[in-house]
Write a protein that binds this ligand. Structure first.
Ligand SMILES: *Cc1c(COP(=O)(O)O)cnc(C)c1O
Ligand code: SF4
Length: 346
């Protein structure tokens, strides 16, 4: 079956979830009205039991509506957005938001207030303006296609965007951030791989969070990309009740290495509204990292990072960068000392 028909067969309503799992759809209607719901047939089939690590990532939960005092734009991206489709926070790198849609909507998404809605869906003209911005800023060497999920675009549209970026001489590398190898592996067709490889150097970063996601079709999707020569990385988010466990993370990272996917970042959860039930404390993340040393090849140990609100950029979380852990967490960073309320890091 084609990826488009797989996508069209996704679950998008609490009623469909109720049919499948016999749960009461009523309480989930309000959640699904606030934040989009989509679970592909592939991802749905990975669920074993209600509340398991796959379920938690994709099935709406009433906790999402708890008023948690967390901001909607946790990374203050609006302040770094010179034109609507671009986020330009580091001088040499820019995000280009090319698609507002994802194959599945992760309940913990940092952009959950906008993903899957018109607020994150930019017109062809707005994306052209984003590309023009990049063309006019010769300091930008690295363009990261994101959204939403860039691989929900058709091949033709993706090709147009990649060609426009490749026409800019100062753009040295292109990266694509995508979760389709996890949620919609059918999207990684041989044709897509042939298209992407024309725009090298092009890196693809995907987003596996749990070893149970490393199933045969996803392994095959990654193998197709690796076989044509696309370097693969993985960004994981530390999630309570999903992967906040050394054994799980060891299995995940070992499994990724076997798939030729290099663990890149372990993100401490961003402070986005409606995600507080996924928070794990910094100490837990550091403990997991310590446990990985000695059990996983150095090649497979991701950098543990936090993106503090306010937009200073990512800060590596290393025991030696933690100056103080109490009411506040003080971190030593390249641009000085960052102080964060500990409650927000939990
Ligand atoms: C994370 C991020 C990047 C890419 O950062 P790397 O550390 O180079 O992977 C670029 N721009 C923004 C706004 C980011 O948040
Ligand atoms: S795939 Fe990424 S952008 Fe899309 S919902 Fe999940 S975390 Fe958010």
């Amino acid at each position: 079956m084609s990826w488009k028909s797989q996508l069209a067969d996704s679950i998008t309503t609490p009623e469909q979830l109720s049919e499948r799992f016999g749960i009461d759809p009523e309480p989930l209607r309000a959640v699904a009205a606030s934040y989009p719901l989509r679970i592909t047939p592939h991802y749905l089939n990975l669920i074993d039991t209600s509340g398991d690590p796959i379920w938690r990532q994709c099935v709406p939960d009433l906790s999402e509506l708890v008023v948690d005092g967390l901001p909607e734009d946790s990374l203050n991206e609006a302040a770094f957005s010179p034109v609507p489709a671009v986020v330009h926070r580091y001088p040499d790198r820019a995000l280009l938001l090319v698609s507002g849609q994802c194959a599945g909507y992760c309940r913990f998404c940092t952009r959950k207030n906008r993903v899957g809605t018109t607020a994150l869906t930019f017109s062809t003209e707005q994306i052209a303006a984003g590309i023009a911005y990049i063309a006019a800023n010769s300091g930008i060497r690295d363009v990261i296609l994101t959204g939403g999920d860039p691989l929900l675009l058709d091949d033709d549209r993706l090709e147009e965007i990649l060609m426009a970026l490749r026409n800019i001489s100062h753009v040295e590398i292109i990266r694509i951030g995508t979760r389709v190898p996890v949620t919609l592996p059918e999207r990684i067709t041989p044709q897509l791989c042939q298209l992407l490889v024309r725009f090298q150097p092009l890196y693809l970063n995907t987003h596996f969070n749990h070893p149970r996601e490393l199933v045969a079709v996803s392994v095959k999707a990654c193998a197709r990309l690796a076989d044509v020569g696309i370097p693969l990385g993985n960004q994981t988010v530390l999630l309570r009740g999903v992967n906040d466990d050394p054994e799980v993370m060891v299995a995940l990272c070992r499994g990724l290495l076997k798939m030729r996917v290099r663990p890149y970042y372990l993100h401490h959860l961003d402070q986005a509204r409606g995600t507080a039930h996924f928070r794990a404390p910094v100490e837990r993340g550091l403990e997991i990292l310590a446990a990985m040393r000695g059990q996983v090849s150095g090649l497979g140990i991701p950098q543990y990072v936090v993106d503090p609100p306010g937009g200073q950029g990512k800060v590596p979380l290393l025991p030696e960068n933690l100056l103080e852990v109490g009411e506040t967490v003080k971190l030593k960073t390249a641009c000085g000392i960052v102080e964060l309320p500990n409650s927000l890091l939990r």
